[in-house]
Design a protein around this ligand. Structure first.
Ligand code: PGA
Length: 276
């Protein structure tokens, strides 16, 4: 009897140890970036509710969805009291005032948002978000007590010119300027090679691992080994059910930021359950 009790305790402890040690002790974060989708609130509610059912019992990864701002409230209602966290795709640096079209971090927080994305390549390329704006937004998110997902990554031309390290290092140094080691507990980095976003061209896992390891070493130089080993570094760019497992097997890939494949509950379920 005593032996079987001890055996059960050992198995439970070993499982708990394994789960807590995924990716070097970092709990993976799987995030769905819905971008400008879906077309209606009703579809957003269906997607969020369906996903919430499928995500029940998933404890080995953190899960977040980033709907368009006008859908945050209904999605928040659909995922309340579930293991899915809410994310905002963008924010502004003022709290209130004469800023037509803007959404402030205090409004996002009030809606139950826990993560705010800054620096997505589409914001950089289409909406003029430069490193200085991105750095200010990121600090505002942190000051509001939320977590920031900082997206970085090189374009196709930069990749072909072998400049991926340089581009990532510059974006990290500029976008994290003024961010303290303590703040870094609430910063997630998402490495998204621009040429891999929405193209179906996933970055080869070895290349992604090599860049992630470089990003971690850049964080280490700036903040020290402890912060570097605790920082979640996601990969993003054409992640889907078929390639998620091999990407997640890389030691420095701590989760994925998923666009297209997060737009169906079935597709995103396979991603959050990559381990099964
Ligand atoms: P994708 O988008 O998965 O559709 O390539 C990723 C992203 O832009 O975050």
């Amino acid at each position: 009897m005593l032996r079987s009790i001890l055996l059960v305790i050992c198995v439970v402890a070993a499982n708990a140890f394994h789960l807590s040690m995924i990716s070097g002790g970092r709990k993976p974060l799987m995030a769905g970036n819905w971008k400008l989708n879906p077309k209606s609130v009703q579809e957003a509610i269906s997607l969020a509710s369906d996903l919430a059912k499928r995500a029940q019992g998933v404890t080995d990864v953190d899960i977040a969805v980033f709907p368009p701002i006008c859908m945050l409230y209904p999605v928040q209602q659909s995922i309340a009291n579930t293991n899915i966290k809410l994310g905002g795709q963008n924010c502004y640096t003022a709290d209130v005032g004469a800023y037509t079209g803007a959404t402030s971090t205090c409004m996002l927080k009030d809606l139950g948002v826990e993560y705010v994305m800054v620096g997505h390549s589409e914001r950089r390329a289409l909406f003029g978000d430069n490193d200085s704006i991105i750095g200010r937004k990121l600090k505002k998110v942190l000051a509001q007590g939320m977590k920031a997902v900082l997206c970085i990554g090189e374009t196709k031309e930069e990749y072909e010119a072998n400049l991926n390290h340089e581009v990532c290092a510059i974006q990290i140094m500029k976008d994290l300027s003024g961010v303290t080691a303590d703040d870094m507990k609430r910063v997630v980095i998402a490495y998204e090679p621009v040429w891999a976003i929405g193209t179906g061209l996933v970055c080869p896992k070895e290349v992604a691992q090599e860049v992630h390891s470089f990003i971690r070493s850049t964080i280490e130089k700036k903040y020290g080994a402890n912060v570097a080993s605790e920082t979640i570094i996601q990969y993003g760019g054409s992640v889907n059910a078929a390639n998620v497992k091999e990407l997640m097997a890389m030691p420095d890939i701590d989760g994925c930021l998923v666009g297209g494949a997060s737009l169906t509950a079935d597709g995103f379920e396979k991603i959050i359950k990559f381990n099964r």
